[in-house]
Design a protein around this ligand. Structure first.
Ligand code: KIV
Length: 284
């Protein structure tokens, strides 16, 4: 039998962190290698986001991602980060058809992906019913409001939401509604800073912002954006590294060294044949 994972924090701890005024740090991860790196930091929790579709699988939106993709990647993240609380995204159309479908997919994602909670987008009446039903299955739910990427066709693109008094009041109403439906946390994406501040002050559950300003209870970034690793540099992203600038020249050096017979050298060979000449010298 496999040993059960034991995350350092549980779904109730994040409310405590908010109450204590401590900022919550969330980061996405999609595979074992990155999860191992995150596991060695004091980042509070990992989101296996459906941004997977764009940054890892090369789709032009998140809409193509399937439940099976999320489970596959989430389970890999869990293998790399046994100590972290993991939220897995419910992909597009995995919670839209019926309550039964929502519950079944949430359970499959949680169990198959070895996650601690699921996240779903939106605050409409049917989303509220889905949140209630999933929570009733003992599965913690993180809500997600604002610029929800699964709604890009409705929004007419990746546009900041909650601008203007009416839109602001509507998002504030939805934020209260997802809290009342039982969400333990809420991601706020692509909204004016003022609205991020207002929602964070009014709700008792923690708010995690991405492009939602400075006053949310925590922050999340897409790991590839943060690392400059084939990410999308939006206004709200801060680059903490420029990995593409390291990776591309490294790959180019490898290609060059193989062609020149420089790699592998004797130190990279098992029982190397004694020789004073490289293969390129032999050829010339
Ligand atoms: O899919 C994702 O990575 C997300 C974050 C951008 C919040 O939902």
């Amino acid at each position: 039998m496999t040993k059960p994972h034991q995350a350092e924090l549980n779904s109730l701890d994040f409310g405590t962190l908010k109450a204590q005024g401590k900022k919550i740090v969330m980061l996405t991860a999609y595979d074992y290698a990155m999860a191992r790196a995150v596991a060695q930091t004091d980042i509070d929790l990992i989101l296996v986001g459906d941004s997977l579709g764009m940054v890892v699988l090369g789709y032009d939106s998140t809409l193509d991602v399937k439940v099976a993709d999320m489970i596959h990647h989430c389970a890999a993240v869990r293998r790399g980060a046994t100590n972290k609380f993991i939220i897995v995204d419910m992909p597009y159309m995995s919670y839209h058809l019926s309550i039964e479908q929502s519950k079944a997919n949430a359970a499959e994602l949680l169990i198959g992906g070895r996650a601690n909670a699921v996240k779903l987008e939106g605050g409409s009446d049917s989303r509220l019913k889905a949140i209630e039903a999933i929570v009733d299955c003992e599965i913690p739910v993180c809500a997600h409001l604002g610029l929800t990427p699964q709604s890009i066709h409705k929004f007419g693109g990746y546009k900041v939401q909650g601008k203007g008094d009416k839109a602001m009041q509507e998002l504030l109403r939805q934020a209260h509604a997802v809290e009342d439906a039982g969400a333990f946390m809420i991601v706020l994406e692509g909204i004016p800073e003022e609205l991020g501040k207002l929602i964070s002050a009014e709700l008792s559950i923690p708010t995690i912002g991405i492009g939602a300003g400075r006053y949310t209870d925590g922050q999340v970034l897409v790991v590839n954006d943060l690392l400059g690793y084939s990410g999308y540099p939006a206004k709200f992203v801060k680059r903490y590294a420029e990995l593409d600038e390291i990776i591309v020249p490294a790959l180019q050096s490898y290609a060059q060294e193989v062609r020149e017979g420089v790699f592998p050298s004797a130190e990279h060979c098992y029982y190397p044949i004694e020789t004073n000449t490289t293969r390129s010298e032999e050829r010339s």
